[in-house]
Design a protein around this ligand. Sequence first.
Ligand SMILES: NC(=O)c1ccc[n+]([C@@H]2O[C@H](COP(=O)([O-])OP(=O)(O)OC[C@H]3O[C@@H](n4cnc5c(N)ncnc54)[C@H](OP(=O)(O)O)[C@@H]3O)[C@@H](O)[C@H]2O)c1
Length: 292
Amino acid sequence: MANKLKHNPIVGCMRWGVWGENFVIKQYEQIIDQCLSIGLNVFDHADIYGHYTTEADFGNALKGNTSLRDKIQIITKCGINMLTPNRPHHQIKSYDTSANHILKSVEQSLQNFHTDYIDTLLIHRPDILIDVEEVANTITSLKQSGKIKSFGVSNFTTGQVALLSKYISIEHHQVEISATHLNSFDDGVLDQCQLNNIQAQSWSPMGNGLFTDQNEKHSRILEAATVLSSNYNCSVNQILLAFLYTHPSNIVPVIGTTKFERIAEAKKAKDIELKREDFYKLWSASTGKEVD
Ligand SMILES: NC(=O)c1ccc[n+]([C@@H]2O[C@H](COP(=O)([O-])OP(=O)(O)OC[C@H]3O[C@@H](n4cnc5c(N)ncnc54)[C@H](OP(=O)(O)O)[C@@H]3O)[C@@H](O)[C@H]2O)c1
């Protein structure tokens, strides 16, 4: 296979706040420091995480250490209106990619992180009512003002990416990809990333529910990953990441663990060269059949 460019994982922060571990500021500071100590410096957020509270919790950890901001990169997302007591004016969960919503959300994120720029802004979900020219103009103005450095989307179809790309350059596409969620491998999303030089990021790279929901598919994947982990002398988590790293689109996993040991272990998954047949063993374990 061609020489592959394997990026360090992005550190997902969705479970750091009230949607997970409920870290206090000291724990945010500690885990950020630990990540930096092993060279992981990109942190993934969304305005909605922790019912709109996790960005600010993370930002409080940055506030006390002014030199930290330049050492890290922040990804955040907007475009979902979530039903929560923290946003009492929302009547229904909905999507909003209007200029007004994007600009307001970015201003709030800047305030939450105590910063004057976001490294990467992603549109979180494809808004059915998206006005692509309006989004493009808004993103262009945010880039010109220096408030965002790069732009991407999340969970879009190839058609939606193609349409928006006509008006603005899409630099990142964050989608669910794992041994349990294979769709992006053959629905054109990863082909499009390669074709258009878009960085593919995979959320829930461990496989949504793989460790928590027991079913036949999950048992097959875990069994195959366990055999491979023994063959490659590594952990099951590392095999699941190596599965993603094997693909030629240079997928960047967005890891969600809240445990530093698992973060450190994930970083080393890049070094595993999964054989082609072993990729297909996991693939077949997931689909429940050999390829045609
Ligand atoms: N763009 C989007 O629409 C979207 C959607 C969802 C998530 N995301 C982003 O993607 C990131 C990752 O998502 P994710 O958290 O679902 O990712 P994940 O890395 O697939 O899953 C992390 C979860 O799996 C658990 N886990 C990991 N290894 C385990 C093991 N060996 N045994 C048992 N449990 C294990 C972790 O628990 P511990 O914490 O105990 O290790 C944690 O609860 C999020 O933080 C967020 O930034 C984006």
